[in-house]
Unconditional design. Structure first.
Length: 171
């Protein structure tokens, strides 16, 4: 099917150029707008909505928030899926050498094995945990530099250099 589509050329109704049909999204093949022109139109529409005080999708914002409730909900669900993907890739268990073995996903966090996590987070555009998760996905889940620790083990390694489990102490 793709080979047949690569032979077809379509004319974009916005830029008036003839382009390969693969440069048109499936939904825009009927309207005949190429992906590039479609992206520009969407960006223009979003900017106009934000300027008028609406959400990116065009609905009214609620209670002075940055987005409408539907967009907030979909963003929250997306962030949860991204975090779940990272937790699954790193084993869903605290990898403390002392073996605390915590598996509750609410208590797990990413640890920079060689330290320097704060400096690494500052390099992101937005300093959120989800930026870190997206970075790990793009990087192919590097196990040499990152691991999953519970918050207790991660914090104690940051403050004291070692986890109490490694020292044989009881918590």
């Amino acid at each position: 099917m793709k080979n047949i589509l690569s032979l077809v050329t379509l004319r974009c109704c916005t830029c008036k150029r003839f382009k390969n049909s693969l440069l048109f999204s499936k939904s825009n093949r009927k309207s005949r707008r190429c992906k590039n022109c479609h992206r520009k139109a969407v960006d223009k529409s979003v900017a106009k909505n934000l300027q008028r005080g609406f959400c990116r999708c065009g609905k009214e914002r609620e209670d002075g928030r940055k987005a409408c409730s539907r967009c907030l909900k979909s963003r929250r669900e997306y962030n949860q899926r991204v975090r779940e993907k990272v937790l699954a890739a790193y084993g869903r268990r605290c990898q403390c050498p002392g073996g605390c073995g915590i598996t509750n996903k609410k208590f797990l966090s990413i640890d920079h094995v060689k330290g320097g996590g704060a400096g690494h987070r500052r390099t992101f555009k937005r300093q959120s945990g989800n930026e870190m998760y997206r970075f790990l996905i793009k990087s192919g889940f590097p196990k040499k530099d990152y691991r999953l620790l519970c918050h207790n083990c991660n914090q104690s390694r940051g403050f004291y250099g070692k986890c109490p489990h490694e020292l044989g102490e009881t918590i």
